[in-house]
Design a protein around this ligand. Structure first.
Ligand code: NAD
Length: 476
């Protein structure tokens, strides 16, 4: 059984939870110790006790740890990628890509540890100087979702440690394997006892214990809107810092003047790769009417030829859905869309393979409208809907007609429309002739409206959340 890490010690518990491969449910990857309330509180105590000293540690120590971790992740990317594909179900090249991203994030923040700067300003009062410095927040609770089992923990843990915070990390229940491997690497890279604590376990117990504890100074959460709202609500009485990255219902606009090959590729990749289980997936495809039928015909053909199967097989393009509950949710939404008037143009069927996995053929639903549930609620699976619109203005209006605002894309050869869309779409990230999913690791990530709350993640902007600004005045 893989243990928890609390106060620098590996700790087992009486209960081990199976990590099941969604491509083959007979494949049990390992058993992972499940934390309860006592272990969650012990982890928070350890992080609290370690916070003062780690907060005063120098940039060299933090740099060296982050660099060693990043290098080991990159050196082991094939093995860690296989573990990730096995536990989450994305295909091996995508899984190795995600591990590579995680490694690069650690290298980036190793550099940032050395570059943390402040400002010195003359005071408006003679004989006084002013220094503006950034300090650690303290104990940071990190609550992660299942769909990026190593990259999301990496983009939270790396900046947290870089800026001198201690961490209590709770991975998603479905993917303890990549989380454990990451923490093991950081532990061996020299993270001092108590600075990084790993507590696998249910959200309603371990996560909730973090929310309820006044010693947790900040929480960085990625997951669903419903849980995000709980995190915010529970944090308000403590006036605790929170950062929430939640769902998406990301539009991809395809205009009459689009390069059709580019547009079909963007839709196919953005909507269905990683089994559509990306918060940035293009789940609403908005197409102007002159190109609509031709585009939909091409896209439906391409969707039908996607090879669905075991995530570790060389010829697979789309892996399984992550578990039975998510599969049922995907099928339910396909049903709801059809009942509300949508036309299933491709896929949408539960399919069998020679292993027992949660396989669903990617679903393309056409003739949908903005008021239909399929266009308002996040499905989080290989399911995309198409809306037909008159022109660019109508497309922009539909793109923004959503409670979410994470990513938005446009396929066009017009500079005028691409510039206008960049300016007017209500999203945190905009893609021109690129899939809505697929982002760099060194620049800010996040959305607006119901998708995100609080400071941006990643890149230099991560410092906003993981540090507190202090202004010091000194008389000469
Ligand atoms: P989820 O909200 O069910 O769970 C997320 C995490 O919260 C898990 O670790 C879970 O155990 C924990 N949790 C659950 N209940 C809790 C509670 N009461 N207190 C504290 N923690 C609790 O989400 P999920 O199903 O794991 O992930 C899918 C969702 O994540 C989708 O909505 C997706 O869009 C979103 N997501 C968003 C981004 C982004 O950056 N915007 C990235 C990836 C995934």
């Amino acid at each position: 059984m893989k243990p928890l890490l609390i106060g620098g010690e590996w700790v087992t518990t009486s209960r081990g939870v199976e990590n099941v491969n969604p491509s083959d449910t007979s494949d049990i990857i390992d058993l992972y110790a499940e934390a309860g309330l006592a272990e969650a509180e012990a982890a928070i105590t350890a992080a609290t006790d370690a916070a003062f000293e780690w907060g005063l540690s120098g940039p060299q120590q933090r740099h060296d740890i982050l660099l060693a971790a990043g290098n080991e992740i990159l050196a082991r990317k094939a093995e860690l990628g296989e573990l990730l594909a096995r536990e989450e179900g994305k295909v091996l090249p995508e899984a190795i890509g995600e591990v590579t991203r995680a490694g690069n994030i650690f290298l980036f923040f190793a550099g940032e540890a050395l570059r943390l700067a402040g400002d010195i300003l003359p005071s408006v009062r003679p004989g006084v100087s002013v220094e503006i410095t950034r300090e650690p927040v303290g104990v940071v609770g990190i609550i992660a979702p299942w769909n990026f089992p190593i990259a999301i923990p990496a983009w939270k843990i790396a900046p947290a440690l870089c800026y001198g915070n201690t961490v209590v990390f709770k991975p998603a229940e479905l993917v303890p394997g990549s989380a454990w491997a990451l923490v093991d690497i950081l532990h061996r890279a020299g993270v001092p006892p108590g600075v990084l604590n790993l507590v696998m376990g249910p959200g309603r117990v371990v996560g909730q214990a973090m929310l309820n504890d006044a010693r947790v100074d900040a929480i960085s959460f990625t997951g669903s809107q419903a849980t995000g709202a709980r995190v915010a609500e529970a944090s308000l009485p403590f006036l605790r810092k929170v950062q929430l990255e939640m769902g998406g219902k990301n539009p991809l606009v395809v205009l009459d003047d689009a390069d059709l090959d580019v547009a079909v590729h963007c839709a196919l990749d953005g909507a269905f790769y990683s089994t559509g289980q990306r918060c940035t997936a293009s789940s609403r495809i908005i197409v102007t009417e002159r190109i609509h039928d031709q585009f939909v015909g091409r896209l439906a053909d391409a969707v039908s030829t996607l090879r669905v199967g075991h995530a570790l097989r060389n010829d697979t393009q789309i892996g399984p859905v992550v578990d039975a509950t998510q599969l049922q949710q995907d099928m339910d939404y396909i049903d709801i869309a059809r009942r509300q008037g949508g036309v299933l143009r491709a896929g949408g069927e539960r399919i069998t393979r020679d292993t027992d996995g949660y396989f669903l053929s990617p679903a393309l639903i056409t003739e949908t409208g903005s008021d239909m549930r399929i266009n308002r609620e996040e499905v989080f699976g290989p399911v995309a809907s198409v809306m037909r619109v008159r022109d660019y203005d109508a497309a922009l209006q539909q793109a923004n007609d959503t409670p979410f605002g994470l990513s938005a894309g446009i396929c066009t050869t017009s500079l005028k429309y691409s510039n206008d869309f960049k300016r007017k779409c209500e999203a945190g990230m905009v893609m021109v002739n690129l899939p809505t999913a697929g982002v760099d690791y060194h620049v800010p990530f996040g959305g607006r409206k119901g998708s995100s709350y609080g400071a941006r993640e990643q890149g230099r902007y991560a410092a906003e959340f993981y540090t507190i600004v202090k202004t010091s005045y000194t008389a000469a």
